[in-house]
Write a protein that binds this ligand. Structure first.
Ligand SMILES: *[C@@H]1O[C@H](CO)[C@@H](O)[C@H](O)[C@H]1NC(C)=O
Ligand SMILES: *[C@@H]1O[C@H](CO)[C@@H](O)[C@H](O)[C@H]1NC(C)=O
Ligand SMILES: *[C@@H]1O[C@H](CO)[C@@H](O)[C@H](O)[C@H]1NC(C)=O
Ligand SMILES: *[C@@H]1O[C@H](CO)[C@@H](O)[C@H](O)[C@H]1NC(C)=O
Ligand SMILES: *[C@@H]1O[C@H](CO)[C@@H](O)[C@H](O)[C@H]1NC(C)=O
Ligand SMILES: *[C@@H]1O[C@H](CO)[C@@H](O)[C@H](O)[C@H]1NC(C)=O
Length: 278
């Protein structure tokens, strides 16, 4: 199967034969998770199986798996994207990017430009009055190489994110966690940079274009081997997705994030196997 590139205009859908993604129901031994164990989210992800209304997308680009997304096909936003953070190679900053959508989520008849029914499209974000734009969960600045950076520009990896949050604390925290992972996180041989990252969104009450849920909050967590300490550690942060940037600039513990998700989402989630303890 091939991914479609959606141009700025809703109606212009072009073919591009560069990608094959795999939409499945079960995370099997997925390398993007600590100990290859997926998170547990009651009603959404149970024993690595996506529950009704959710799909697992192995995000491929140029025939390689880049990361994975758990996608809510009714709310048309991801629950989270999972990726492994590694050493970043030098690559040119992407200037002009093309947004992709997931061709395997829709029946093939959607090639006739009908609006997608199971995912957001570029047109949903166009000229909106909600002050949002498509914010990637796996951000391009955490990508190891140029091809992986391009792979993050898929709308199944994106949520309607308030511009002020995106231009403010969220991007700063992405940069800050990148620097921290570069400094401390190594594989168990204490050689190469390595961390397991989960970035997610909580569905809010508002819709974009009468279709796509605007998240109430966004959150992020990483788990890695701290080479300085010689032990497994995790760090997290979250922010409300509001027009005035209310995100802080302090990382929190995994327990604090899980407590927050528990109370706000009303779901007792387990993000990392054994809470990121080896
Ligand atoms: C954007 O939306 C506003 C208000 O709905 C409308 O007046 C304007 O013409 C739109 N612009 C474009 C380029 O579609
Ligand atoms: C969008 O931004 C404008 C101008 O800053 C503001 O007045 C408006 O309340 C914002 N809309 C939403 C939905 O946050
Ligand atoms: C905030 O981000 C949006 C979209 O990413 C951009 O269009 C806008 O110019 C930015 N605003 C500021 C004040 O930087
Ligand atoms: C790693 O360990 C060092 C030494 O205890 C500590 O200063 C640093 O904050 C730790 N980093 C992380 C990401 O836990
Ligand atoms: C990992 O390597 C660094 C530098 O090579 C060294 O300072 C550190 O003590 C090592 N950590 C462990 C847990 O061996
Ligand atoms: C999560 O919420 C449940 C029910 O409200 C509570 O029993 C449990 O202790 C909470 N767990 C955490 C880690 O806050």
């Amino acid at each position: 199967m091939r991914l479609f590139i959606v141009s700025v205009s809703v109606l212009l859908v072009l073919f591009l034969s560069c990608t094959t993604s795999k939409v499945v129901d079960t995370f099997s031994k997925c390398d993007y998770f600590f100990k290859r164990m997926s998170p547990v989210i009651p009603g959404i992800l149970k024993n690595s199986v996506a529950q009704d209304g959710y799909k697992i997308i192995y995000q491929q680009y140029n025939n390689r798996n880049r990361f994975a997304t758990l996608y809510d096909v009714k709310k048309m936003i991801p629950v989270f994207s999972a990726y492994k953070y590694t050493r970043r190679q030098e690559f040119e900053r992407l200037r002009k990017t093309q947004w992709m959508i997931e061709s395997q989520l829709e029946p093939s008849s959607y090639e006739t430009n009908v609006p997608f029914t199971k995912q957001a499209c570029k047109g949903d974000y166009h000229n909106n009055t909600q002050n949002v734009s498509a914010g990637q969960l796996f951000p391009a600045i955490h990508a190891a190489d140029g091809e992986t950076a391009k792979s993050t520009f898929t709308l199944t990896n994106s949520v309607p994110q308030r511009n002020n949050l995106r231009n403010g604390s969220w991007t700063r925290m992405e940069q800050q966690t990148g620097e921290i992972m570069d400094k401390y996180c190594r594989d168990q041989n204490n050689k190469t940079i390595s961390a397991y990252v989960l970035t997610g969104a909580l569905p809010g009450n508002n819709l974009l274009n009468d279709r796509v849920k605007i998240p109430s909050h966004m959150w992020m967590a990483f788990c890695c081997y701290n080479s300085t300490e010689g032990s497994w550690v995790s760090k997290t942060y979250w922010a409300p997705n509001t027009d005035t940037d209310q995100g802080g600039n302090k990382l929190k513990s995994l327990n604090e994030l899980e407590k927050f998700l528990n109370e706000t989402w009303k779901k007792e989630v387990k993000l990392f196997y054994k809470d990121c303890n080896n």
